[in-house]
Design a protein around this ligand. Structure first.
Ligand SMILES: [Zn+2]
Length: 212
């Protein structure tokens, strides 16, 4: 499993509150054979009979499916000098994402609004979606995912401000437990000017299509 995040700024530093193991290169790929064996044992322990036609390959498929969910594609965050001096908000809206909650290992999915106020450097627009995808490719909490995307965006381009809002439906809440079907969880992380300045914050929420 590769967990490679490269930022081209020479002086890019990680926000200190983020655990360094997030970026540590993981030398081993997933052990699909062991995962398949464990999935078979897990299903058997739950009373699921695996000898039927439809289920015999299920442990192998389970192993592959989870390996895919936990495999962040390497991400290169190339930044460019802000030569035009663009100083208004840049927002990517309705970025779809999916991940699994780290408490139940059940999927949660939704959309992210990701924006920043450029400083000296800007980022390729597609990278806003790639950042979300990158941090979603591991067991997560929505709160941490939101903050990680905001922190990395803010630091990588030394933005004047960064904001992320995520809305998601958690299947551990809608399909089991309280079964709150249709309920959405909303999280936000605002940094820099977007946090401190009321006008910027209001503008961000308006452009993100959310009530301030
Ligand atoms: Zn959960």
């Amino acid at each position: 499993m590769t967990q490679e995040l490269i930022v081209d700024n020479e002086d890019f530093t990680l926000p200190p509150e983020l655990p360094p193991e997030l970026l540590a290169a993981e030398p081993y790929g997933p052990d699909l054979v062991a995962a398949e064996r464990a999935a078979a044992a897990f299903l058997s322990a739950l009373g699921v009979k695996l000898n039927g036609e439809g289920l015999s390959e299920t442990p192998a498929r389970m192993a592959k499916a989870y390996a895919e969910l936990f495999d962040p594609k390497p991400l290169r965050l190339t930044t460019f000098p802000n030569n035009e001096g663009y100083d208004e908000l840049v927002i990517a809206r309705e970025i779809p994402f999916r991940t699994v909650c780290e408490h139940h290992l059940l999927p949660f999915s939704g959309v992210a609004q990701v924006g920043y106020l450029p400083g000296e450097r800007i980022l390729g627009l597609s990278k806003l979606a790639r950042l979300v995808e990158y941090f979603a490719a591991r067991p997560q909490t929505q709160e941490r995912l939101t903050k990680q995307v905001a922190d990395y965006l803010y630091e990588s381009v030394r933005a004047r401000g960064a904001g992320v809002v995520m809305q998601a439906e958690h299947t551990c809440m809608t399909l089991r437990g309280v079964r709150a079907v249709g309920s959405k969880t909303v999280t936000s992380a605002l940094l820099g000017t977007l946090r401190e300045d009321q006008r910027s914050r209001t503008e961000f929420f308006a452009l993100a299509g959310l009530p301030a």
